[in-house]
Design a protein around this ligand. Structure first.
Ligand SMILES: [Zn+2]
Length: 398
């Protein structure tokens, strides 16, 4: 991800945690918390349960921007739960069921509070199924990152959700501290391609002018790395020299990027496996869409490049994140500098591997920058609204 995310983290409005109300009922005391406990994002994620799997069924029509979704979450209660929260922005919830029994629900801001017919016993597994519909609205942070989440495009959607944009298109526990496996069933008008994480589970099927794509990510994944990028795409599929399945997809406007993206993604994935250890997932690749995001995101198994032809430096960065960030994941956003630190170091290692400047020379050169250089202005691991005025200036994408 781009370094400007750090300034997003620095500048996100700090929601006030809800203080416990006096005279709470027993049911209130058994309510799952509305946040997972991240001091910098107090309302992100939720408490009281741990998700193991998301089953996402999404039907999307670009012409009307309408999304119909059914999300089934498999989770385990970590306490007795009279109610619990999911994160969801906008969209119209039609129905919620817990363990197949109808449940009541309320909405407040980005919180969807579910009250099952019977309290869930602590330590037990349960499922929650949410049926919803509407037009997803991406998250916007004009001062920093710009637009993220589910972003409609003329031919489909560009889906890049760091840090907390996955709630713009499906209900979930939206924080990297709760990783889970994913199944995706995405239906779009025939002629379009839907790209999600992991590998295809069977061939796409077309009926009544609509095509359904099934993807499965069987390695645990943070919600911000989930994607359902869809639209017109040219594809190139095969394997890296070391035998890892490789898929490159480019919007027709970026067709000239298809072969370089495929080749470089394969070479870099294989090289990182010799440097960082075995590749942690079951496929690699990349996606170039025509939405001018001005950034790239390391979506698990399918880094997404927003409206530009990625060069080898940025591909090296996003693929290094498959190890640092995606497989090894932070529990609190204040540690994001670790993800970005390793991915930036990986850029230097790739340059050295290609016979350019050594990583040590890059480091030494940067170290010589004067104390007034903006590079030094952001203190690591210290996200706070007060650091906004010293947001780093960075290149467009990294
Ligand atoms: Zn990054």
């Amino acid at each position: 991800m781009l370094a400007t995310l750090i300034s997003v983290l620095a500048c996100s409005p700090a929601d006030e945690p809800t203080p416990p109300a006096a005279g709470q009922s027993a049911a209130d005391r058994r309510a799952g918390a509305p946040g997972i406990g991240d001091p910098d994002f107090p309302r992100d994620g939720n408490g009281g349960y741990d998700v193991s799997h998301y089953d996402l069924v999404v039907d999307y029509t670009p012409a009307t921007k309408r999304l119909d979704g059914v999300t089934t979450i498999s989770a385990a209660a970590t306490q007795e739960l009279s109610s619990f929260n999911l994160d969801l922005t906008g969209l119209d919830v039609r129905e919620v069921a817990v363990d197949d029994a109808p449940a009541t629900f309320t909405r407040k801001g980005d919180e969807l509070t579910v009250r099952p017919a019977r309290a869930i016993t602590g330590g037990t597994p349960f499922t929650v199924k949410v049926t919803y519909t509407g037009s997803p609205k991406p998250a916007s942070d004009n001062a920093n990152l710009g637009t993220y989440g589910f972003i409609p495009t003329p031919d489909g959607a560009f889906v890049a959700s760091e840090p907390n944009g996955s709630k713009t298109w499906f209900p979930n526990n939206d924080h990297p501290a709760d990783k889970a496996t994913f199944d995706f069933t995405i239906t779009v008008p025939a002629g379009l391609t839907a790209l999600a994480n992991g590998e295809q589970a069977g061939r796409p099927t077309t009926s009544g002018g609509r095509t359904t794509f099934r993807w499965r990510e069987r390695h645990p994944m943070a919600t911000y790395l989930a994607t359902a990028t869809l639209g017109k795409f040219d594809l190139r599929q095969g394997s890296t020299a070391a035998g890892i399945p490789n898929l490159a997809a480019t919007d027709p406007r970026f067709k000239s990027s298809l072969d370089p993206l495929y080749t470089l993604s394969g070479q870099i994935t294989d090289y990182w496996a010799t440097v960082f250890g075995p590749y942690p997932f079951s496929s690699t690749g990349g996606v170039v869409d025509d939405y001018s995001a001005g950034y790239a995101l390391e979506n698990q198994t399918k880094p997404l490049y927003g409206g530009f032809q990625p060069d080898e430096t940025i591909i090296a960065h996003e693929l290094a994140h498959q190890w640092f960030g995606n497989s090894l994941t932070i529990k609190r956003w204040k540690d994001l500098w670790l993800n970005e630190g390793f991915a930036t170091y990986a850029e230097w290692l790739w340059a050295e591997h290609k016979g350019k400047k050594t990583a040590e020379a890059t480091f030494t050169e940067l170290l010589k920058r004067p104390a007034s250089d903006p590079m030094w202005s952001y203190p690591r691991a210290a996200p706070s609204p007060t650091t906004c005025s010293t947001s780093p200036s960075t290149r467009a994408a990294a």
